[in-house]
Ligand binder design. Structure first.
Ligand code: DMJ
Length: 647
């Protein structure tokens, strides 16, 4: 019928001229291709897409899946019988063979170790659009036999014997000074209050909305739930809130469903969920945390299927394993603070599974970053996962860059000081930062500016305030002539961040503060005035206290407690505020999960003795989840002894 209306076309179509037939066929085939192509752009949940595409998409590598039993079953199968991970390709990394044997004798007995049975736990990227780009494969194909867990399972007992000290100290870090103890008890009460309200109004959701008394899910975790539960496990445990900890554990056992099919931030899932579960496992020895961490870790692997092995920021947690770059990131790039903040957790995934793949993925990232040319020795925030080149020359120690630097020094510390590449990269990055970004304000405040292709932006984000603590913990391993200098620099930065708090009406710090147009550590833009219960300033107080025992850090921490109580505590939890410069506060109705995981934990540690989670044994991931130092040779010795004894 349609044809009849076209000039020169007969009703039957049989009378079409050859050229017209050709054009028509061309049009038809174009249409079919377009329809098929459109399937790729449908959400994974659409049935049509699953029918047409399910067989061809990438599958994650196998370590075991589903339940712990499944995982163990898988590990028992001989290598050649193991399923080939369909479509899974390797990063070009190589297994680190650098871990030197450095036997450090454990100072606690086996008995002491087992006796401590408990008493025995952002970036506002939500609601952002994602830009889809193709999931490429690395050229180097990985075979299943290259990356399977071997049958030696991790020995928790051997791990405990390799710790230098008891994780919770002799009296769970109780300070002898009664006033400090009272302050510590206050922080514990805040945690209980935050937790109880979360449990009452938002149980199983990701965060509590304390004003509207309901839960928030958001879209950062790809459909995973319970971010506040996972982020709280270790905080509850170290505070001795055992009833609450047991509720959290039970929730993980019975309700943490990892079979979601949504788009998640690789970074956020790693630091909160993987980090939180790993930490809970190492502190308690509960197998459920380990098996959930392993199951989740496996789901993150397809994000690394790019030509360079640099992962994309967003990953589908379902079987498709597709990954994307954030829509707001320049030209499909990956973000330094995201792909650079996987190392600690991934090393532990390898430790626990005996599967080298996790370590290889992050070593590959490290190698690429080490090799690539860096402007003035600096690491820009955006990198193409396709070409492996920088996409923009924006450098920041705050958002987008921050935890990459943190993970360099912490990787070194967590390796029992054997990871020399991490060490070298950290100290040369720090040198470049000092030479290019560290500034002194007219009023004498030391700060870290941001760098945009050589032009300085005299702004420091709240996020950048973690750097006081970072530079502090790295001071001792710097060149001998630089050690005191690093400690001084750490103290100066921490002082500046404290100033950003004291210069506000609420005594809480803004999201970003500036040092231009007459400003000194104050926000000059309305949009920078908010405080969302972030931990970084308090985190630096905690580290600086441990390093110097200067009482001012505990005083500053207490000022923050008072301000949080006065301005952020509401009837049903804690909330962020929209403007730190006015005491008639407007609340943002969100109790962030990192408030329970980081802010309150760091405060509690600040008022505890140093033997609660001693820094000789524990390294905190960027979400404040403690991960143990890996003492390779000690672990091997202990495991061999166990095997000999059991024969
Ligand atoms: C946390 O999720 C982590 O500390 C991360 O590194 C940065 N942002 C938040 C807290 O501010």
């Amino acid at each position: 019928m349609v044809f009849r209306k076209l000039p020169g076309v007969s009703a039957s179509g049989m009378g079409l001229r050859l050229s017209q037939k050709f054009v028509f066929l061309l049009f038809l085939s174009g249409l079919v291709t377009l329809c098929f192509g459109a399937l790729f752009f449908l959400p994974d949940s659409v049935r049509l897409k699953r029918i047409f595409l399910s067989k061809t998409e990438t599958q994650p590598a196998t370590v075991g899946s589903g339940s712990e039993n499944d995982a163990h079953e898988h590990l028992k199968r001989p290598r050649e019988q193991q399923e080939h991970p369909r479509g899974m390709t390797s990063a070009k990394g190589e297994t680190s063979t650098k871990l030197k044997s450095q036997s450090r004798k454990p100072q606690i007995s086996h008995h002491e170790a087992t006796e401590r049975e408990r008493l025995v736990g952002g970036r506002a990227q939500e609601e952002l659009t994602l830009s889809r780009s193709n999931t490429e494969s690395t050229s180097e194909k990985e075979t299943s036999s290259d990356h399977v867990a071997n049958t030696d399972t991790f020995s928790y007992k051997a791990f405990q014997r390799c710790l230098l000290k008891q994780p919770l100290g002799r009296e769970h870090g109780k300070p002898s000074d009664p006033r400090t103890n009272e302050r510590r008890e206050k922080v514990k009460e805040m945690m209980k209050f935050a937790w109880d309200n979360y449990k009452r109004y938002a149980w199983g959701k990701n965060e509590l909305r304390p004003l509207t008394k309901n839960g928030h899910i958001g879209n950062m975790f790809g459909g995973l739930r319970g971010a506040s539960v996972i982020d709280s496990l270790d905080t509850l445990y170290i505070m001795g809130l055992m009833e609450e900890y047991n509720d959290a554990k039970e929730w993980v056992q019975n309700s943490l469903d990892l079979n979601s099919n949504g788009e998640a931030s690789l970074f956020e899932v790693n630091i909160r969920y993987v980090g939180g579960l790993l930490s809970a496992y190492y502190l308690t020895g509960e197998e459920v945390f380990k098996s959930k961490a392993m199951e989740l870790g496996e789901k993150l692997l397809p994000a690394f299927n790019t030509p360079t092995g640099i992962p994309r920021g967003v990953i589908n947690l379902g079987s498709s394993g597709t990954s994307w770059s954030w829509g707001w990131a320049s030209a499909g790039s990956s973000i330094l603070a995201e792909f650079g903040t996987l190392h600690l957790e991934f090393v532990h995934l390898t430790e626990l599974s005996n599967n080298p793949i996790y370590r290889e993925k992050v070593i590959n990232i490290r190698k690429l970053l080490n090799k690539i040319e860096k402007p003035h020795g600096l690491y820009p925030n955006f990198l193409s996962p396709v070409s492996g080149n920088w996409v923009q020359h924006h450098v920041s120690i705050g958002g987008l860059g921050d935890s990459f630097y943190e993970y360099l020094i912490k990787s070194y510390l967590m390796s029992d000081k054997t990871d020399d590449d991490a060490k070298a990269m950290y100290y040369s990055a720090l040198e470049a930062i000092e030479a290019n970004l560290v500034q002194k304000s007219p009023g004498g405040l030391t700060y870290m500016a941001e760098w945009r292709g050589g032009i300085l932006d005299h702004k420091m984000g709240h996020l950048a305030c973690f750097s006081g603590g970072m530079i502090g913990i790295g001071a001792d391993d710097g060149a001998p002539e630089k050690r005191q200098h690093y400690l001084d620099l750490a103290a100066e930065i921490t002082h500046t961040c404290h100033e950003s708090y004291t210069r506000s009406a609420t005594k809480l710090g803004p999201e970003a503060f500036r040092f231009d147009s007459g400003a000194e550590a104050t926000a000059t833009r309305l949009s920078d005035r908010y405080y969302i219960l972030r931990p970084e300033v308090i985190e630096s107080y905690m580290y600086m206290w441990r390093l110097t025992h200067d009482p001012k850090y505990r005083e500053w921490g207490w000022e923050a407690v008072e301000a949080l109580e006065e301005h952020c505590r509401v009837e049903s939890g804690f909330s962020g505020i929209r403007d730190v410069y006015t005491v008639t506060v407007s609340h943002d109705n969100m109790q962030q999960s990192f408030f329970l995981s980081e802010t309150l934990k760091y405060l509690y540690l600040l008022f505890s003795d140093d033997d609660l989670l001693p820094l000789e044994d524990w390294v905190f991931n960027t979400e404040a989840h403690p991960l143990p130092v890996v003492r390779k040779s000690c672990l091997q010795d202990e495991e061999t002894q166990d095997k000999t004894a059991s024969k």
